[in-house]
Design a protein around this ligand. Sequence first.
Ligand code: NDP
Length: 447
Amino acid sequence: MIDTALQSTFDEVLRRNPGEPEFHQAVREVFESLEVVQARHPEYSDAGIITRLCEPERQIIFRVPWVDDHGQVQVNRGFRVEYNSALGPYKGGLRFHRSVNLGIVKFLGFEQIFKNSLTGLPIGGGKGGSDFDPHGRSDGEVMRFCQSFMTELWRHIGEYTDVPAGDIGVGAREIGFLFGQYKRLTNRYEGGVLTGKGLDWGGSLVRKEATGYGAAIFADEMLRARGTGVEGRRVSVSGSGNVAIYAIQKVRQLGGIPVTASDSSGYVVDEDGIDLELLQQIKEVERGRIGEYEERRGGRARFVADGSVWDVPVGIALPCATQNELDADAARTLLGNGVEAVSEGANMPSTPEAVALFREAGIAFGPGKAANAGGVATSALEMQQNASRDTWTFEYTEERLTQIMRSIHTTCLETAEEFDRPGDYVLGANVAGFRKVADAMMAFGVV
Ligand code: NDP
């Protein structure tokens, strides 16, 4: 439910942004938490903060032409939405996936504003990407695509302006090609312009692990607040990319048993706990499909092509693949099987109906903008290291990440308490993220 004043702003968002259901969903979800803030802080409405927040500061759409291995010209569409720079340079990943369109980039950019605010670090919100699909493409094709993409993007980014990173389909290989082209075009070794870089050329230890680690740590913090923890619990993880792999690793370190992994072809269940080395070999090294895990695990794992990874009975669920991957039916199944915590490694993986069911049931539900903020937080730590021409140890960087996740957890809980909704991490994350951005926007006047 949203109140009358917010409803008319939301109606205006629908009217001005037709055909963008994921963006509408993300805005609505934040609006549902803002009613309590409106009541206590009418000055935000008077200054038009919420209306201004719904409109990105800048949206860039461009053609990305490139030549495939057969000499054929291919054309993709590139996007960068520079959403809000109240707290610092625009910051957010690039997604390469066939589903990418303006509405998806706007939903991700909108979420990013509040997430980045929650980290307590000086970063604004942005997001970008392309409908390019790297699956099945050779390294040469990916390189030519990335070079063409950066040939337009370079003029819009910079370490004080806009700092992209990875997301779905964009890992160390793609960041390398993008950075190489940026360096060539600008004749500047400006390490702080991209994060997720390789360790030999300006990257930070723990960046690759950070999002998955953070989501598992957040689950542990939520359960600790209720007197338990991840230890000894069965955990289902969806996805088998960057976030999922390192969520699995951290679950193991915390004493939990990660029993699933998936990709768009299906999921595997391994009752002994996912063999991380094998998963990394198949997904990170060979870029293979998840079904190969069953074949190479010697009969100890089961591959399911049709069905839902959420059918597997677990105490903790970590959705780490993509938006709207966990619907109401999946939520009912998880709750029926006694799930105690859901911590979102992916962005908006639970549908609004699923979120409502989790909140009604009173389980510990960590929304993505809090639970997966460890990735962008460690990107900001990478920027700090680049600015000071320093490199930190794994232990120190991981300690910083852990502290940031704990602090986000505490901020969410305290804010929820302040607004008489104890234990409501959705409200806590939205309100705490919003307030900092809103206060900065108030200070800057109408810009
Ligand atoms: P990757 O590309 O490394 O992995 C994505 C994984 O999700 C793959 O296993 C992929 O399978 C699966 N997947 C993607 N789309 C679908 C789909 N439509 N249906 C089923 N499976 C799908 O991406 P990341 O791990 O980096 O990102 C995962 C999620 O985490 C995204 O929501 C992203 O926005 C979010 N996130 C990522 C951060 C980061 O630091 N990387 C930071 C914060 C959030 P397949 O290969 O078959 O497509």
